[in-house]
Design a binder for this molecule. Structure first.
Ligand code: BTN
Length: 133
C-alpha cells in the first residue's frame, strides 16, 4: 500500500511539473512601450540574467546605439516572474531601479512595476511583454 501511495505521489508530482509553465531562456521580449529584453541565462533554481533596452517615452536612461543596454536579473518559479534593472550601465547612471513582478501566460508576461530612486517619489505602472522568440 505504501509503495502504491509513493508511486501515485510521484506520478502526480511529475505530471504537475510537466504542465507548470516556466520562463523560456534564451528568449526575446518586447513591451507595449517599445522596450526590449533579452534573456540569456537561467539556473536550475530559476535565477536568470539578460539585457534590457529602455525605449519607453517619458523616462530617463534611454537606449540608443551609443548607450549600451542595462543588465536585468530576475527569478522565475512556475508562472511567477520577478526581475529588476538597476539603471546604471557604466555610461549613463540614472540612480534608479525598477522591479517588475508578473505572471507568464503563454507568450505573454503581464507585470506590475515600481521605479525607485534617490530623491524621487516611487512611480508604479504596468508593462506587458510579448515573447518574440
Ligand atoms: C529612470 O527613468 O529613472 C530609468 C528608466 C526607467 C524606465 C521605466 S521602467 C518601467 C517602464 N517600462 C519600461 O520599459 N521603461 C519604463
Amino acid at each position: 500500500m505504501k509503495r502504491v501511495v509513493t508511486a501515485l505521489i510521484f506520478v502526480v508530482a511529475t505530471s504537475v511539473s510537466a504542465f507548470a509553465q516556466s520562463l523560456p531562456v534564451p528568449s526575446y521580449w518586447l513591451n507595449q512601450r517599445g522596450s526590449e529584453m533579452k534573456l540569456y541565462t537561467i539556473t536550475p533554481t530559476g535565477d536568470f540574467t539578460g539585457l534590457y533596452w529602455n525605449h519607453a517615452a517619458g523616462f530617463k536612461c534611454q537606449n540608443t546605439p551609443i548607450n549600451p543596454p542595462y543588465t536585468v536579473t530576475g527569478h522565475a518559479s512556475g508562472t511567477s516572474v520577478t526581475f529588476a534593472v538597476v539603471w546604471n550601465n557604466g555610461v549613463q547612471n540614472c540612480n534608479s531601479k525598477t522591479v517588475w513582478r508578473g505572471q507568464l501566460n503563454g507568450k505573454t508576461l503581464s507585470t506590475k512595476w515600481i521605479l525607485t530612486g534617490n530623491g524621487m517619489p516611487p512611480i508604479t505602472g504596468t508593462d506587458i511583454f510579448q515573447q518574440q522568440w
